[in-house]
Design a protein around this ligand. Structure first.
Ligand code: SAH
Length: 236
């Protein structure tokens, strides 16, 4: 399987530089004559051959392009409350990308104390790219941040809007019968407040229960994403 690299823009001849270049050269030992695949987040995959490699960059000649065959058929937007642990935020992003989520948002909420900045967001976008390459997707979902729950909820335009609520006592939708695009909201380790649940319902979200046990935020994010993707036919 040829190695895969993200580029900003496809062309007949592409220059690979920066982080993707260093990863190719230093870690994967890609050199002149190596066949690679370039990804530009359009859904296409570009087969190319390295024609020149020097200290700062590599030139790649594109031989052809094909549409990627592993992108999900349905849009799923995962929104999660930013967690204190960087590892756990990265874990959620990585698993969501593998499970076929198409958009990811992180938000701060009433009971969350974690602080999100540009560096942390850039790191999560890098994790998304790495996960996309590893699971052979051709699009790395963008990770976007929202200053609060309300703006995160407003960003959801999907047909189905699901709000994982640890105290709602039962799901208001039949998850097994889900069809069409979905937005999924999961809280941080502090959970949601009654007011936040009321706000989400007022914005058209349905409360979803993940059972009688309280799951950790990262478990809940992966579990609900999996259930939704199964219902949508992506995990079979
Ligand atoms: N600190 C809270 C738990 C937060 S769990 C408490 O002690 O009650 C973190 C998030 O995971 C929740 O906000 C919710 O979105 C999701 N979650 C965890 N368990 C859940 C369950 N049984 N049903 C629905 N959502 C759940």
């Amino acid at each position: 399987m040829p190695h895969r690299f993200f580029i900003d823009e496809a062309a007949e001849d592409v220059v690979l530089e920066g982080e993707e270049f260093r990863h190719a050269r230093d870690v994967l030992r890609v050199g002149e004559g190596t066949e690679i695949v370039l990804l530009d987040n359009s859904g296409y995959e570009y087969r190319g051959i390295v024609t020149k490699a020097d200290k700062k960059q590599m030139s790649v000649h594109v031989l052809g392009r094909e549409p990627g065959t592993r992108e999900p058929k349905t849009q799923v937007f995962l929104l999660f409350g930013f967690l204190k642990s960087a590892d756990k935020n990265e874990y959620i992003v990585q698993k969501a990308v593998e499970l076929g989520v198409t958009r990811i948002g992180v938000f701060a909420s009433a009971y969350s104390s974690a602080y999100l900045n540009e560096n942390k967001l850039a790191r999560l976008n890098k994790v998304s790219k790495e996960a996309a390459k590893q699971c052979l997707r051709s699009i790395a979902p963008a990770v976007v941040s929202y200053p609060d729950l309300e703006s995160a909820l407003d960003a959801a335009t999907e047909e189905n809007k699901l709000f994982a609520c640890e105290f709602c006592g039962g799901s208001e939708v039949d998850l097994a019968a889900l069809r069409g695009s979905c937005a999924i909201v999961v809280g941080s380790e502090g959970g949601f407040s009654e007011e936040e649940f009321a706000l989400a319902r007022a914005k058209g979200f349905a409360g979803v229960s993940l059972g009688r046990r309280i799951l950790r935020a990262e478990t809940a994010a992966v579990a609900l994403t999996s259930v939704v993707q199964f219902a949508l036919g992506e995990l079979r």
